[in-house]
Design a protein around this ligand. Structure first.
Ligand SMILES: Nc1ncnc2c1ncn2[C@@H]1O[C@H](COP(=O)(O)OP(=O)(O)OP(=O)(O)O)[C@@H](O)[C@H]1O
Ligand SMILES: O=P(O)(O)OC[C@H]1O[C@](O)(CO)[C@@H](O)[C@@H]1O
Ligand SMILES: [Mg+2]
Length: 772
């Protein structure tokens, strides 16, 4: 959508009717989708209709089908569930239900339908489309609609958005709600961790997923779980023995918390359910351990949507509106998906056919087929968990020389760096390597604070924010290189991993430049981006940025709430980010802000004035009493937080009061999100693989490593769904060292979306046409 439709013209689809329904199990982010559907639709000139209470409301009609207004989606982006209600409807599957549904749509002149729901709801939508003509004929025959109505509304355009926490829809990497469910789960596991640690207990955690193990798998991967049971990959029949061995070994290596994660639909190889009670029995009776069961249930479907779900829902909803309006009567229904961080449109019927194939394969216990149909992302996560879970402290090191690594952390803490260290240490030790953790960043390196990290040293690392190893924001200069070379030689370092922000990148560059003079620096060097700023070249995402975005979303929700019931108020809020506008810009999108000021998009007094006028108009004419402006900390030297707040305060004083806030260091804290843990774990796993590949390439006859090649200094980053390495040599030309930025930033493509969603209808005019 973002790349194909760069131009949305104001009033382009004047008076077209589009209806939206939320159906099936609700999921967090459905409201963000509704908000975007209504606002993009209104901007394009459409009439948007809500169908309340799922397909039940479509059958009942009357007050269940109402026209949406701009204000009706104000202040809902932060709410879980769906404000228009959802249901599971048996009646919709009957011919009588279809007759009533079609009649209710025709009577309102609606031929564009957007359905937000899971596989069932989207199957239902496709059914409706397929039966549309037949049902119209029946309605005409029985005199319930006229011939003209039948001819005028002889088609139905259908677009689906996948809203379900299960992430069980083939063809997409993520569904709306899944990430929020993972937030709920990790909040719970972090709480369990402290009590389990105190009592040395085993916890059996049941998470949702009737037929899909995604939530269980992702939870297990990001919580150092001992075992996971998912329907797609039943355990071998001797699983009780394997489980016992696993738990006994990890207890020996100092693990106090044992976690076993179970999808509610877990089965064995014969298709029989594996229940939490069964697992508990094995753990208590066979192993003599103290065990407790926690079933999270509907908690997972509740609560505020995560930042990711707000973004995904907004992006997909915008794509859905345009897609439904562009469909031709004979076109097949479309479903909006996401792959490799790109929003895509796919054929709904093909996806539904895959849903059915998957259901049949699961029923027939054809597990390889099931996995294949779940798709690459599922399989990849499964492999990562399996790899982590199979790691063993004592591997056979006879075939490989013992390699020595050091981990240096540079910059300021970002949530997820500990998970990266955990994964790096475990993967290295498994391959027979030795890993030094350097305490306290570069200062620690100069002082020789190198500590060999053992298997148990990193127990529990994934759970916490901050940096266990310690890090400092120090940038190397050429004159420090002799000392670095001396220390690396002293400890025999053959592979250097630098985890951190832009300074980590800069330091790797300095070391690379100095390889000419110091052979000790001629070793493979990898950088893993970890900074809330998300400004490191070589990755679309840096570890920590997702947790920070969630903190921003939560904080802005609180600002908004604090003003509820008081007089009109505008908050001007400053975010971190250095000169990179990622946090500010995406933070504005997820918190439903009115404007955001970033360095990458220069602004002046005219822009500020326009924004003040917009706010006044929104409050006066739109009767919306709250406003939110985000400012990136280094967006402009002169237009400071104080200055911007004063402009709003002075110009808007007759209409609203203005408050300013600096979010500050809370953006660096909190429980690391599933995304940040997972990113840390995966990038480190890739880094270890890359180091060993380099050792093969650059070892001499004696096995000593020596490389001056630019290919051996890389950033290990994420592009789309793939962990990739990119050489510094390739990245440097597009790196703006002065402003500590990479010049090609994918998220700038989302600015238009933010602006249309923020533009109040009282300000609609051709002048405000947003074209990018
Ligand atoms: N095969 C089908 N044909 C027609 N309509 C269907 C079909 N399957 C489901 N529906 C309709 O969609 C509704 C919701 O489906 P379902 O309960 O399976 O939830 P879902 O949309 O898959 O969401 P989730 O699984 O996340 O709860 C059903 O109650 C029914 O009205
Ligand atoms: O809310 P209900 O109808 O009890 O359904 C629960 C089911 O819905 C889901 O939350 C979403 O499909 C499943 O994970 C769970 O099994
Ligand atoms: Mg479903």
């Amino acid at each position: 959508m973002e790349s194909q439709h760069k131009k949305l013209v104001f009033n382009q689809y004047k008076n077209q009717g589009v209806a939206v329904v939320t159906s099936g199990g609700d999921s967090q982010g459905m409201n963000a989708a509704l908000r975007a559907i209504v606002r993009i639709g209104l901007y394009l000139g459409c009439k948007i209709f809500y169908i309340r209470e799922g397909y039940e409301g479509l059958i009942a009609g009357n007050e269940n089908i109402t026209e949406a207004t701009w204000n009706s989606v104000s202040s809902i982006i932060q709410k879980g569930g769906t404000v228009i209600g959802s249901a599971r409807s048996e009646r919709f599957m009957t011919p009588e239900g279809k007759l009533k549904s079609v009649k209710n749509l025709v009577k309102r002149g609606i031929t564009n339908l957007i359905v937000i729901g899971g596989d069932g709801s989207l199957t239902g939508a496709m059914d409706l489309k397929n039966q549309w003509s037949d049902v119209l004929n029946q309605l005409e025959k029985s005199g319930e609609i006229s011939k003209e109505e039948k001819e005028r509304y002889n088609y139905l355009n259908v677009v689906g958005l996948i809203g379900t926490i299960d992430n069980d829809f083939p063809g997409t990497n993520m569904t709306i709600g899944t990430d929020s469910a993972l937030h709920r789960i990790l909040e719970a596991v972090n709480a369990l961790e402290s009590t389990a640690y105190s009592h040395r207990r085993t916890f059996i955690l049941e998470v949702m997923g009737r037929h899909c193990g995604y939530l269980a798998l992702k939870t297990a991967m990001t919580t150092e779980a001992d075992y996971v049971f998912v329907p797609e990959m039943p355990p071998p029949l001797n699983w009780p023995a394997i489980l016992k061995d696993k738990i006994t070994t990890s207890t020996r290596y100092g693990k106090r918390l044992h976690l076993i994660v179970l999808a509610e639909g877990a089965i064995d190889l014969n298709g029989n359910p594996i229940t939490a009670l069964m697992v508990k029995k094995i753990v208590t009776e066979n192993m003599g351990l103290d065990a407790r069961i926690t079933v999270l249930g509907h908690v997972q479907r509740g609560g505020s949507p995560s930042a990711y779900d707000r973004i995904l829902a907004s992006r997909q909803a915008a794509a859905a509106v345009v897609a439904v309006l562009e469909l031709k009567p004979d076109d097949r229904p479309i479903v909006v998906t996401v792959e490799s961080n790109e929003i895509k449109l796919m054929d709904l019927q093909t996806c539904i056919e895959n849903v059915k194939k998957l259901q049949i394969a699961l029923k027939n216990l054809e597990f390889n087929k099931v996995l294949e149909l779940r798709g690459k992302s599922f399989i990849n996560n499964f492999k990562v968990f399996q790899a982590l879970n199979k790691l063993h402290p004592y591997s056979d090191t006879k075939t490989e020389k013992v390699r020595t690594f050091a981990i240096l952390q540079v910059g300021t803490p970002a949530c997820g760096v500990n998970a990266a260290v955990f994964s790096f240490v475990r993967h290295c030790l498994h391959r027979g390597g030795r890993v030094y953790g350097i305490s306290g960043g570069l200062h620690g390196l100069f002082e020789g604070n190198f500590n060999l990290l053992t298997w148990s040293d990193v127990n529990g690392f994934v759970f916490e924010g901050g940096s266990y190893l310690g890090m400092k924001r120090v940038v190397l200069s050429d004159c420090m290189c002799p000392k670095v070379a001396e220390v690396l030689e002293k400890f025999g370092v053959e592979g250097l991993l630098i985890i951190g922000g832009f300074e980590a990148f800069s330091n790797a560059y300095v070391l690379m430049r100095n390889r000419e003079n110091f052979s000790q620096l001629c070793i493979p060097i990898a950088v893993i981006p970890a900074t809330i700023n998300n400004n490191v070249p070589g990755s679309e995402f840096a570890i920590g940025a997702d947790t920070a975005l969630n903190v921003i979303a939560k904080s802005c929700d609180l600002f908004r709430q604090s003003a509820m019931g008081t007089k009109s108020r505008v908050f001007v809020v400053e975010t971190m980010g250095g000169r990179c506008g990622y946090l500010c810009s995406i933070g504005a999108l997820v918190s439903g802000a009115d404007s955001s000021y970033i360095f990458e998009e220069p602004f002046n007094l005219n822009n500020l004035q326009k924004d003040v006028q917009h706010m006044i108009s929104k409050m006066k004419h739109g009767k919306i009493l709250r406003g939110l402006i985000l400012r990136n900390e280094k967006c402009n030297e002169n237009y400071s937080l104080d200055f911007i707040a004063k402009i709003f305060a002075e110009e808007g004083k007759d209409v609203f009061s203005t408050k300013k806030n600096v979010l500050g260091h809370i953006q660096q804290g909190d429980i690391p999100t599933s995304f940040d843990r997972s990113l840390g774990i995966k990038l480190s796993a890739r880094a270890v693989e890359w180091f060993y590949e380099q050792f093969e390439i650059y070892k001499n006859k004696e096995g000593k490593i020596y490389s001056k090649s630019p290919n051996s200094v890389v950033v290990i980053g994420l592009y789309g769904n793939k962990e990739c390495h990119t050489t510094l040599e390739e990245l440097i030309p597009n790196t703006d060292f002065e402003h500590r930025l990479y010049r090609c930033q994918w998220w700038l493509n989302l600015r238009w979306l933010f602006k249309i969603l923020a533009l109040h209808e009282s300000n609609y005019n051709v002048e405000n046409n947003i074209i990018y």
